[in-house]
Every structure is written in structure tokens, then in C-alpha cells.
Design a binder for this molecule. Structure first.
Ligand SMILES: Nc1ncnc2c1ncn2[C@@H]1O[C@H](COP(=O)(O)OP(=O)(O)OP(=O)(O)O)[C@@H](O)[C@H]1O
Length: 256
């Protein structure tokens, strides 16, 4: 499979404390890959280095074969790396579809189009994106009245406006009820399958991780201790030790 992201020997030191220590991995085109680990393992630090918010102390990051180490977040985003955050960032005073239209205007560099005419721009394209996340029936509702799970789906539609080839999702299901978590990740898995986009996500809910990921990486104290499919990771003694002190780890995965 074609490699979309490659990370080589990434390190991040905070005043001498190595939060990420010599981490190397890759993400293939069309792959749904999880990055898991206990609190403080270095997942967010790693994400922030991939997205340009943090400069690595050492190491290199390549996106689609080109080095992006230390590039500005906007440059990385323009190249096709999208991101969703733990806290949703929609405009509450606008409707669902207006939020998507705003993101499309930004993508097409028409963000300074103002007045009523603006809301005729990209409406069809926005509606298509809302269909992708099964939100078309809520297009004209104000964001302020949306349920949390719907906000997360809207955020996903907004991230897709920029046609990312790689989407980094930081704890996409945080704060959601268990059924809504599985539904959201099923939606992400469908988008990966149908659109060929790659997704790298961090997650604390192991049911979500093992049900949907093609591959799983485990970070512990800044070091990558496993990178493999669900069975390989589940049976890895070091992973079991980290999570449950050596006991039986995860439920059987449902991913084929
Ligand atoms: N700006 C900072 N300055 C100093 N130490 C930091 C900073 N940011 C993170 N750390 C430390 O680096 C380590 C890794 O933190 P990070 O937030 O990357 O972990 P994480 O795996 O994302 O954790 P969580 O699952 O709790 O979000 C932690 O020990 C944290 O305290």
C-alpha cells in the first residue's frame, strides 16, 4: 500500500523530559490507524508535531513523500492534512449548513464574500457533505441546539471540506455515550472505505479502537511499544502489562 505519512525517529523534549522518544511509524493511504496509550503517554505531543503546532526536538515527518517537519500548521493543512479536536469548534449562532458553507468558502478562499449572497455559495456541496455524515435533515437547525454527538458529526463534515488525504482525530468520541461512540467511528470507517482518506486517531475507548482500526499503535512513556493489527496488539505482553498489569486485555475485536 502507498504510504501517506512517514514519521522517523521523532523526539520531543520539554526541558529535558522526553515526552516522545524516538518514535517511527507510517500510515498507509486508506488506512484507519489508532494511536493509543495511557494518560501522559505522549499522544497529543505526537499529534501536535505532525500538525506543526510543536517543533520536534529531533526526527522527521513526511507527508506524501515530502518532508513537512517543522512546517507551519496552515501549510500542513493546505497540503491535505486535516484535524478534528477534542473540543468542537463550530459557530453556535449559525446553522449546521452555514457552518459547512463557511468552511467551504475558506477552502475555496472565498471567506471574504459577505452579505446574503454568501449563503447561496456552496450550498449543494455543503448538503452533499452533510449527507456523508447523515446530517442532511438537520441542515437548517442552529448549532446551538444540536446534541453533542451531532456536533461531532458536523465537525467531521467541516474537516472534510478541505478534502484532506490524511485526517488526524484527537479523541473523536470523548464525552459521547457508548452507542454514539461506536456509531461515529462506524461513520469514520465508512468514509475511509468510500473516499480512500487515511485517518490517524487517538482514543481511550478500547471497544471503539478494536472494533474499527486496521492497525493500532501503542505509546507508553513516550515510546512506541507496539504497532500491528488488533490480534498482535492484544497479545503483546508489553501492552498487556501497561494496560492491566499482565491480565487479559481486550475483548475480541470485530474487525475482519
Ligand atoms: N507543554 C508542556 N510542558 C511540559 N511538559 C509537557 C507539556 N505538554 C505535555 N507535557 C508532558 O508530556 C507528557 C506527554 O503528554 P501528552 O499530553 O502528549 O500525553 P497524552 O498521551 O496525550 O495524554 P492524555 O491521554 O492524558 O491526553 C506528559 O507527561 C505531560 O505532562
Amino acid at each position: 500500500m502507498t504510504e501517506i505519512l512517514r514519521v522517523e525517529n521523532l523526539k520531543k523534549s520539554y526541558d529535558g523530559f522526553l515526552a516522545v522518544n524516538d518514535v517511527s511509524f507510517s500510515v498507509a493511504a486508506g488506512e484507519l490507524k489508532a494511536l493509543i496509550g495511557p494518560n501522559g503517554a505522549g499522544k497529543s505531543t505526537c499529534f501536535n508535531m505532525l500538525m506543526g503546532q510543536l517543533k520536534p526536538t529531533h526526527g522527521r515527518v513526511y507527508f506524501d513523500g515530502k518532508e513537512i517537519t517543522g512546517h507551519k500548521p496552515r501549510d500542513i493543512w493546505r497540503r491535505g492534512v486535516g484535524r478534528t479536536f477534542q473540543i468542537t469548534g463550530t459557530y453556535q449562532s449559525m446553522t449546521v449548513i452555514e457552518n459547512v458553507q463557511m468552511a467551504l468558502m475558506s477552502h475555496h478562499r472565498r471567506i471574504f464574500t459577505i452579505g446574503p449572497r454568501a449563503w447561496r455559495l456552496y450550498r449543494d456541496e455543503a448538503m452533499e457533505l452533510l449527507k456523508t455524515v447523515a446530517m442532511q435533515d438537520q441542515a437548517d437547525r442552529p448549532c446551538s441546539v444540536l446534541a453533542y454527538g451531532d456536533l461531532k458529526r458536523l465537525e467531521l463534515a467541516i474537516a472534510l471540506c478541505h478534502k484532506p488525504r490524511l485526517l488526524l482525530m484527537d479523541e473523536p468520541t470523548a464525552g459521547m455515550a457508548p452507542t454514539a461512540r461506536v456509531e461515529l467511528m462506524q461513520l469514520v470507517a465508512d468514509i475511509v472505505r468510500d473516499q480512500g482518506v487515511s485517518v490517524l486517531f487517538t482514543e481511550h475507548d478500547m471497544d471503539v479502537v478494536f472494533a474499527h482500526s486496521h492497525h493500532i499503535m501503542v505509546l507508553n512513556r513516550g515510546e512506541l511499544i507496539a504497532d500491528g493489527n488488533a490480534a498482535e496488539v492484544r497479545n503483546n505482553p508489553q501492552v498487556q502489562e501497561v494496560y492491566l498489569g499482565g491480565g487479559t486485555l481486550f475483548k475480541e475485536d470485530t474487525h475482519a
